[in-house]
Each structure stands twice: as structure tokens, then as C-alpha cells.
Design a protein around this ligand. Sequence first.
Ligand SMILES: Nc1nc2c(ncn2[C@@H]2O[C@H](COP(=O)(O)OP(=O)(O)O)[C@@H](O)[C@H]2O)c(=O)[nH]1
Ligand SMILES: [Mg+2]
Length: 216
Amino acid sequence: MALDFAATYKVLVLGDSNVGKTCIVHRYCDERYYDTYISTIGIDFKQKIINLDGTPIKLQIWDTAGQERFRTLTTAYYRGAMGILLMYDVTSLESFNHLSYWLRNIQENASPDVVKVLAANKCDATSNRAVDAERGQKIAENFDMPFFEVSCKENINIEEAFLTLARRIREQRGRRLARLPKSPGKPVLAARRPRILHHANSEREICRPDVNIRTH
Ligand SMILES: Nc1nc2c(ncn2[C@@H]2O[C@H](COP(=O)(O)OP(=O)(O)O)[C@@H](O)[C@H]2O)c(=O)[nH]1
Ligand SMILES: [Mg+2]
């Protein structure tokens, strides 16, 4: 029997190479932690049905294929994204300093409606810490992002970060719907409207059938 869910939210996990993007997606979707390095081959996403305050929502979580290493993420990757989990690694000052690059990249390529959450990963690695929580908190406030220190290794705050992102997407969709004109105008528009409302997404492209889809 097909699972019924109210909406699909496309989210991206972004940040420097090695911050733990692939680990967080696996941890959240498979509830496992991978200790060895995972090289990501091909653009990939995982799906998870979550219970968002009583409503089943399908989260479609996209992981990069390592293009972040070469700074070659394209507009196509951002298409249809409703939320972004932006990550850095608390043991890497460089990954924190590169947040400005990622924020600019998001601004240039993502929908203006996209919502973000900032995740500082590897908070378990206390002896190697290079970035204090306060610094993360500050940049998060400046860019209107909820902030979480997380650990894929010790499963800290992962669920909270993704749930917060999903809630923000829901709020943003609510604001978008409130902005839509009450009267749809021409009948042809009225016929198309439910599809737009369902995705609340300007691109109307949630899932690309030509990519490797793994359903969990
Ligand atoms: N200590 C610690 N290491 C982590 C954590 N998350 C990921 N790693 C390690 O960081 C490395 C890079 O992880 P990966 O998910 O491949 O990073 P990506 O390049 O951003 O996808 C791997 O060696 C992981 O084992 C964490 O929460 N704590
Ligand atoms: Mg990866």
C-alpha cells in the first residue's frame, strides 16, 4: 500500500567537502553512522516520511556528488529546493570561513523563498574544536537561520535540525499561499493551480526521474 503524505519538501545539504554531509543524510535516513570516508558518486537523494506535528511529509534530501570540492554546483542542483541544511565542521575553521561563499552561492542560485538552517557538525570532537558555538550562533542570527551544533557520530541534534528545517518550509509555504491572489482569473490558470499549490514551488520540479532514486 502506498504511503500517503501531504507534501514533498526538497531539501539540500550544502557545505564544504568533508564536513559530514553524506554522513548526516545517512544518519537521518538510515539511522546509521558511517565511520569510514564515503565518496559520493552521482547526484543522489534519500527520502524519508516524517511526522511534522501530526502531518506526514515526505522529505527528499539531496546530497552533493562531491561537486562542492570543485565549486561546480550549478543552478540545476538548486532547482526546486525549498530548504537548505548548511553545514560546517567545528574542527575546521576553513569550513566555517567558507560559509560566506555558500551563502552567496545560495543567494545566486536558489529561490528567494528558500529557508535555511545552520548545522555545526562534529560537536563530539571536543579536543579538536576550532570554532566556538558562539561564532556559529552569530552568523546564524545575521542570516536568519536557526542554529544547531550536531554530531552524526553521536546522533546529537540531527532530528531537531531537519525537523526545524521542515517546519520553516511549512511556514514559508503558508506565507506563499497567503500571497496568492484569491481569484485565479482565467479558467486555464484555475485548472493548473492545484498542482502549484501542492508543491508550492515556483519550479514545479520536485523529483527528476532521470536520477538514481532510492526509496527508504
Ligand atoms: N568526529 C566526527 N566525525 C564525523 C562526523 N560526521 C562525519 N564525520 C567524519 O567526517 C568525514 C567526512 O564525512 P562525509 O559525510 O563524507 O563528508 P562530506 O564530504 O561533507 O559528505 C568522515 O570521515 C566521517 O566519518 C561527526 O559527527 N563527528
Ligand atoms: Mg559527501
